[in-house]
Design a protein around this ligand. Structure first.
Ligand SMILES: Cc1cc2nc3c(=O)[nH]c(=O)nc-3n(C[C@H](O)[C@H](O)[C@H](O)COP(=O)(O)O)c2cc1C
Length: 456
């Protein structure tokens, strides 16, 4: 495990001024033994990524951002929260915070090596690595030759990865996320070419381009791919993606596929604490109010907060569906944070944020949560499956998990409902851009009020 310097958001301005590397670069090893948050347009918003990190994700992917979209943005830093927003004509295209930088992979949608490099240069000061989306089957991506369209244009796909690798300094990693091709032979040929571009990691969504989400992922095809990549001897990490439900399931998938890590999308969209061996239950009490408070503190646009919370669902242990329905309905009808205040106040988002920062900083490096014990039997794994008692008592329900090394997840907060409304700071004043290296210098335009709006 690499010991990395703590990355305090409050020290980031000083760090930037020194123009030195303010984080330990990602190596292929940092992509291994992990359970990572998948790129998710809309659902992979900054607050969700922060909670994923708090609850055990080893790395987090940002939502796919099309290369051109970031080029004409202005980088703005909220002096109160430290949130960094890349603001386009009418909204923030990408939002991040320095605390996530050592763990943040920015996903690019591109069909052009030069534009991809320009896009990467525009945001490289705020991320640890870049990932190329080679799997999105949606027409908005494929019609422009991006996403899954790259799977049938390997020359272009590899030229983008090569250009990124050559243009980025060594401390910035490059990776790709693909889907399976219909034939295994063609998949292996593509994988070989991708690995030869110098990527640090390759994520394989174990579905083909034409497979729908409800069809099971073909994870049985992955072992051969992993062995093939290992046989190439470059140490590149292979990350499984498709149908992983959480920590325990991640162990099963690693054992089945031999993958170095697993990536979770849908299950994390429902419950961003699913990376923990003891994910939170009764989310309406234990998570959603806290999430909303954090979002308000970070000036996350209400429509993004509302959308993300509408996706949250988890097991009900001490609450009934009927109890929580009223809460969900209130969120659904709210037009802004004030409309939901009576149910989530006091606005203690700053404390929530500080707790997240403390948890992330207490990692002292990228602790790999999915360390697979060498000779652990299936029955030993099964015995660690979550019992109702563990679900009920949270992390206290598991006394000892020697083999399962997971980042600290902090204490679940008690639900704070119906307390008096406290003050909130929604000011978001542009600051001079923190620049490193030879990045272009965007000139922040003055703005008033909150600037963080939903990610496209
Ligand atoms: C809401 C949502 C948004 C997604 N956005 C992206 C994206 O921006 N880039 C990408 O490569 N995949 C995207 N995906 C696909 C996921 O990253 C992942 O490959 C897929 O959902 C399979 O993983 P799962 O079985 O854990 O859901 C998205 C999936 C969902 C559910």
């Amino acid at each position: 495990m690499s010991q990395r310097r703590s990355h305090s958001p409050f020290a980031s301005h000083r760090a930037a001024k020194r123009q030195k590397l303010d984080f330990e670069p990602l190596t292929p090893e940092d992509y291994k033994n992990g359970i990572v948050l998948a790129p998710m347009v809309r659902s992979g918003a900054l607050p969700t990524r922060l909670y994923a990190l708090k609850h055990g994700a080893s790395l987090v992917w940002g939502p796919e951002t099309v290369d051109k979209a970031i080029l004409h943005t202005t980088r703005e830093v909220d002096p109160v929260t430290g949130v960094v927003s890349y603001v386009g004509k009418s909204k923030a295209i990408f939002t991040t915070h320095p605390i996530e930088k050592p763990y943040l992979i920015y996903q690019i949608g591109s069909a052009d090596p030069e534009i991809a490099v320009q896009a990467a240069k525009a945001v490289m000061q705020d991320v640890a690595g870049f990932d190329l989306n080679c799997g999105c089957p949606k027409p908005f991506s494929t019609h422009a030759g991006m996403g899954a369209a790259l799977l049938s244009n390997p020359d272009l796909l590899c030229s983008i990865l090569t250009a990124l690798r050559q243009a980025m300094p060594p401390e910035i990693s490059v990776s790709a996320k693909i889907r399976l091709l219909p034939s295994q032979e063609d998949t292996l040929k593509l994988v070989e070419r991708i690995i030869n571009t110098g990527v640090s990691a390759l994520t394989v969504h174990c579905r083909t381009r034409n497979q729908r989400k409800r069809e099971p992922a073909l994870i049985e095809r992955l072992r051969e791919i992993v062995e093939f990549v290992e046989g190439m001897g470059r140490g590149v990490a292979v990350i499984e993606n498709g149908d992983c439900e959480g920590f325990e399931d991640g162990l099963r998938i690693r054992r089945t596929t031999g993958a170095h890590s697993v990536m979770i999308a849908t299950a994390a969209e429902s419950n961003p604490t699913c990376f923990s061996p003891t994910p939170l239950v009764d989310l309406e009490q234990t998570f959603i109010p806290q999430y909303i408070r954090l979002c308000k503190y970070l000036n996350n646009h209400w429509s993004s907060t509302k959308f993300c919370t509408s996706q949250f669902k988890g097991p009900h242990v001490n609450t009934s569906r009927a109890d929580t329905k009223v809460f969900h309905e209130a969120i659904m009808h709210a037009k802004g944070y004030d409309d939901i205040a009576s149910r989530v106040k006091p606005w203690t988002g700053e404390e929530e944020f500080k707790a997240i920062v403390a948890t992330i900083e207490s990692r002292h490096g990228r602790i790999a949560p999915l360390k697979l014990p060498e000779q652990e039997s299936e029955s030993a794994i099964a015995s660690k499956a979550l019992t109702p008692e563990v679900q009920k008592n949270g992390e206290a329900g598991i006394e000892k998990q020697d083999e399962l090394v997971t980042p600290p997840t902090g204490e679940p907060d008690p639900a704070v409902m119906n307390a008096p409304l406290g003050p909130a700071n929604e000011a978001c004043v542009p600051m001079p851009a923190m620049l490193t290296g030879d990045l272009p210098t965007p000139t922040p335009a003055p703005v008033s009020g909150a600037t963080v709006v939903p990610l496209a």
